[in-house]
Design a protein around this ligand. Structure first.
Ligand code: PGA
Length: 248
């Protein structure tokens, strides 16, 4: 894995935004896989700034988000769709028909997962997938456990994950849905390029295991070791448990 370490979270965000801007310049109809969470907030702010400055054009780009809570529709204040509207979609020239999202309010959630897989296939696959990582090592909403599901599927959220997402639900973990829909690890690993982003000391232990540990469903991020083009963008704190040798 190609590991890039930056001094500050702001430097991570601006390097990532530049990386996305370069991808859009090289391939204007690039298919982007996008994450939510605290980690990408500054990257989205930087992309909004670059777009306002005329330096990045989303006019032909396609996006797929990684995951969505079950039981909430796109207009719900806690939905990831709303998060994306606030942080990116409303401020850039993405065509609404090229924005793809899991519908957490679909009547048949299993059929909704199949539909999403088919849409990804129909675009020819994701070119550049950006990923956050949960403090428990989850990727998308692929939670640690005895087994992982390869394709887009329904998941039961870990209690730690519900707590981590409470801010979206008026600070109350009990309001966070118990279930979500998520791309599977196989879906994610099919992207041509993966970029995993982590900031802060809280992520340091799972970053160290992601790079140096065995492949295990108890740390879904460890499967990124199998990918031919996986890059890690880390700030110094998230990288603090890596030795020079392990980075090489
Ligand atoms: P965070 O979440 O960016 O808010 O830490 C990351 C994740 O759960 O994937």
């Amino acid at each position: 894995m190609n590991v890039k370490i930056f001094d500050t979270p702001a430097q991570v965000a601006s390097a990532l935004a530049r990386r996305v801007a370069d991808a859009l310049r090289e391939k204007p109809d690039v298919v982007l896989g996008l994450p939510t969470g605290r980690t990408p907030v500054a990257m989205y702010a930087e992309l909004r700034r670059l777009h306002a400055a005329g330096e990045v054009d989303f006019g032909r780009a396609v996006t797929f988000n990684l995951d969505e809570f079950a039981g909430v529709d796109a207009s719900h204040a806690g939905s990831f769709r709303r998060f994306m509207e606030q942080h990116l979609f409303a401020a850039v020239n993405l065509a609404p028909q090229r924005i793809h999202f899991l519908n957490g309010a679909a009547a048949d959630l299993d059929a909704e997962c199949k539909r999403y897989e088919q849409e990804i296939e129909a675009t020819g696959g994701i070119d550049l997938q950006i990923l956050g990582i949960g403090a428990n090592g989850h990727i998308g909403f692929n939670e640690p456990g005895d087994e992982l599901v390869s394709r887009t599927h329904r998941v039961t959220l870990a209690e730690t994950t519900r707590r981590d997402n409470a801010a979206l639900f008026r600070g109350d973990p009990s309001r966070v849905p118990r279930e979500a829909l998520s791309m599977g690890m196989g879906t994610i690993l099919k992207a041509a390029t993966l970029i995993l982003v982590a900031m802060g000391a809280r992520k340091a232990p799972c970053i160290e295991r992601t790079i140096n540990g065995p492949l295990t469903p108890h740390l879904p991020a460890s499967f990124l070791q199998l990918h031919r083009r996986a890059e890690l963008y880390l700030d110094r704190d998230a990288a603090s448990l890596l030795t020079t040798r392990s980075v090489r």
